[in-house]
Design a protein around this ligand. Structure first.
Ligand code: ATP
Ligand code: MG
Length: 326
């Protein structure tokens, strides 16, 4: 069966790292048909729209989407694109690599972040000059969907269960519902869980990241804590992410457009290539996915490296070395 892959490079180094990831996918020869589309600042300057309807429709129909980055228009692009794939979970691995400077080189975590509600549901009001409010939405259905995904996720690999991060001692209704629902689904599926208050998690993960593995979080906590973990593994430069929906998914590096180095051909393609490895796994190409992970790891360790990692290689050199090692 042919899979249609939407490719949306976007702006800045998105234009450099996205084609690099496509090259890697092409070298593996899975049955992919790539369709490229525009989004971001450049297309907005031309047409007035940061996310043309045809790009949205393409992502909403493709089996998977590979996205690079968007500049000032990021929110106008990525939020609707996540909605186009009906993404209910954001998967963010934070893994340190041998040979790369990290605050905590032993870090190897997977964050599963609720992707649709919480404080990001958009219910904010300014009541008076002096008073603003925010309504936090947590539903049983969204928590269940996330928990079912988490149970499948830990069943597929050598994970012992997952941690539920919340603050239900203070937010008794919202995080109480989140915690109870996620725990209930895990219990029904025979999946082990432990519970950690989000503030305690922040301290414990810095001191000893090895006590955690798969971490299931509400939206805001997942956003903040996964960025914190990014700091533990040496910054945003190497981190991939996946936005998973019921029938399709979108994969993107965590970093942005890097305007300071855009156009120079020296962007590190690793985060986007690892995102492509997640795409392969999502579509069932487990063996190909493993090969990409292994080739990237070997290249990070033995080089060549881009300047952000202290080397002087170009995006092309690193991509070629990864393809060589496949
Ligand atoms: P944006 O607003 O699009 O997020 P930014 O200025 O915040 O842009 P980021 O892309 O978030 O830039 O990157 C932050 C820093 O990390 C920049 O100095 C950038 O050069 C560096 N950086 C990010 N990604 C990469 C990469 N793939 N390769 C090399 N350096 C990177
Ligand atoms: Mg940024």
């Amino acid at each position: 069966m042919t899979h249609e892959i939407a490719v949306i490079p976007g702006d800045g180094i998105g234009q450099e790292v996205t084609p690099a990831a496509v090259e890697v996918l092409e070298a593996l020869e899975p049955d992919f048909e790539f369709v490229e589309a525009e989004a971001g600042d450049a297309v907005k300057d031309e047409t007035g729209e940061a996310l043309p309807q045809e790009t949205y429709d393409l992502a909403a129909a493709a089996d998977a989407t590979l996205f690079g980055a968007a500049g000032d228009t990021a929110a106008d692009v990525i939020l609707p694109l996540r909605e186009a794939v009906d993404s209910f979970v954001n998967v963010r691995p934070a893994k340190a690599y041998p040979g790369i400077d990290a605050v905590r080189p032993e870090t190897d975590l997977i964050f599963l972040r609720e992707n649709t509600e919480g404080v990001y549901a958009g219910h904010e009001d300014r009541l008076t000059q002096d008073v603003s409010t925010l309504t936090r939405v947590v539903t049983e259905s969204a928590s269940e969907r996330l928990a079912e995904f988490a149970c499948d996720y830990v069943a597929g690999d050598d994970h012992d269960g997952f941690s539920i991060v919340h603050k239900a001692n203070v937010m008794r209704e919202t995080d109480g519902l989140f915690r109870d629902t996620v725990k209930g689904v895990a219990d029904e599926n025979g999946v082990e869980t432990d519970q950690v208050l989000m503030d305690a998690f922040a301290t414990r993960v810095c001191l000893d990241p090895e006590q955690f593995d798969v971490v299931v979080c509400p939206n805001l906590a997942g956003d903040v804590l996964s960025d914190l973990a990014a700091g533990l593994v040496g910054g945003l430069g190497l981190l991939p992410s996946a936005n998973i929906g019921p029938d399709r998914a979108l994969f993107e590096p965590v970093h942005g457009t890097a305007p300071d180095i855009a156009g120079e051909g020296v962007a590190n393609p690793a985060a986007t290539i690892i995102s492509a490895a997640m795409l392969l796994e999502y579509l069932g190409y487990d063996d190909e996915s493993d090969r990409v992970h292994t080739a990237v790891e070997a290249t990070l360790e033995d080089g060549p490296r881009t300047p952000d990692l202290g080397g002087d290689a170009s995006t092309e050199d690193v991509t070629a070395a990864i393809i060589d090692r496949l």
